[in-house]
Write a protein that binds this ligand. Structure first.
Ligand SMILES: *Cc1c(COP(=O)(O)O)cnc(C)c1O
Length: 386
């Protein structure tokens, strides 16, 4: 039996044993509600406060600047809608990129529906934001800019520090979706002037359904929900103590291992990329011309379609995804590749291989070996479908 190869870490990662261990007591004897004043409550409060402090330390933040959420999607919505609604009376516009995660794009769409104005900055063929375009769009009518740090489909890394500086100089607040950046890029709220930043637990070895959004002190924000004073009223509801503890533990591990992890993943990604290009010379790697995070490889093989290729890979025990996980079943190219100007036949052939804790050199070698035969099969399948 061949060992399966999981190459979909950008979709989700397994919970780390250290994280599970840290959480377990809070599913058992330490079940208290942090708002209760008795012993059980105080115990839960202490654990929650500690988790917040530890996560804050990982971000270069103060504990009161960390708001726990249910994950990346909620965090992006809270930041975009919450900060825009708090400033809409004086500034209506929002600047974002066409390659954001749907959580940001859909929140910005809602802003437009509520009377705001949406402005999309230009990106180049590698997905990098064009500085001149950003500069031209951010004027004194802009409430908020939202630019993701690392793209989840192609891995392009934006110059968040420079963009946040521009936003700040124009009086706009700056949010960044750092879900794919955390654990890869050095994130420090003391040295980079973002006002808000979103992370998600399940992309870094914590469970699904927990995340956090950094909100710089003094940044106005309207909550999305009402009902309690938890998290300063920014996120009412009894806190998920166990998962907050798990997120803090996962974040500490990710920060401690960050540089080593970058080198390790980059070496394996480059080896995989070189092996695939050597075997399939007409394959195209997307986002290759710009700065890229080391865990994402997005590649198109002409004459295939991503669904057929994914199926052929799955039959061999290799798991990866087409464009982004949220678009399975759709044959249209992803909005990210379209924004990069990728030809539509190439766009609908794109598959994303994403590396992480489960990736080994043997797994990489096996995928490289399997690929040529699978491509033949996928070309036949896609010929039949077409
Ligand atoms: C996964 C992801 C999200 C959504 O996070 P969830 O916790 O799954 O809601 C948002 N942005 C990016 C870049 C992601 O990769």
């Amino acid at each position: 039996m061949r060992t399966p190869v999981y190459l979909d870490h950008a979709a989700t990662t397994p919970v780390r044993p250290e994280v599970l261990e840290a959480m377990l007591p809070f599913f058992g004897a330490r079940f208290g509600n942090p708002s209760s004043s008795h012993k059980w409550g105080r115990e839960a409060r202490t654990a929650l406060d500690e988790a917040r402090e530890r996560l804050a330390r990982c971000l270069g933040a103060n504990p009161d600047e960390v708001c726990f959420t249910s994950g990346g999607t909620e965090g992006d919505n809270l930041a975009v809608l919450g900060m825009w609604r708090a400033r809409r009376a004086t500034r209506r516009a929002v600047v974002t990129t066409p390659i954001e995660h749907k959580a940001v794009l859909a929140a910005v769409h809602e802003v437009a529906r509520e009377g705001g104005e949406q402005r999309l900055v230009e990106v180049d063929a590698a997905g990098l934001v064009r500085a001149a375009s950003f500069d031209a769009l951010v004027d004194d009518t802009v409430a908020l800019c939202s630019v993701m740090w690392v793209n989840n489909e192609i891995g392009v890394v934006q110059d968040v520090a420079a963009l946040a500086e521009v936003a700040k100089a124009r009086g706009a607040v700056f949010h960044t979706d750092a879900v794919q950046a955390f654990g890869k890029i050095n994130i420090d709220a003391r040295s980079t002037p973002f006002d808000s930043l979103t992370v998600s637990g399940h992309k870094i070895g914590a469970p699904k359904g927990i995340g956090a959004t950094y909100i710089r002190r003094g940044t106005p924000l309207e909550p999305l929900m009402y009902g309690g004073s938890q998290d300063q009223g920014r996120r009412p509801g009894t806190e998920n103590v166990a998962m907050a503890v798990g997120l803090a533990r996962a974040a500490e591990l990710a920060v401690a291992e960050r540089e080593h992890e970058w080198t390790k993943l980059e070496t394996m990604r480059d080896a995989l990329e070189a092996a695939l290009l050597a075997r399939i010379p007409d394959a195209v790697v997307h986002g290759r011309g710009g700065p890229r995070a080391p865990h994402i490889l997005n590649i198109s093989v002409p004459g295939t379609d991503s669904e057929s290729l994914l199926m052929a890979l799955d039959l061999q025990g290799v798991a990866c995804s087409s464009g982004s996980a949220c678009q399975t079943g759709s044959v249209t190219p992803s909005h990210v590749l379209t924004a990069l100007g990728v030809r539509s036949d190439l766009g609908s052939a794109a598959i994303r291989l994403s590396l992480g804790s489960l990736t080994s050199e043997e797994g990489i070698a096996r995928v490289a070996e399997l690929f040529p035969a699978l491509i033949d099969k996928a070309r036949r399948l896609s010929g039949m479908a077409g």
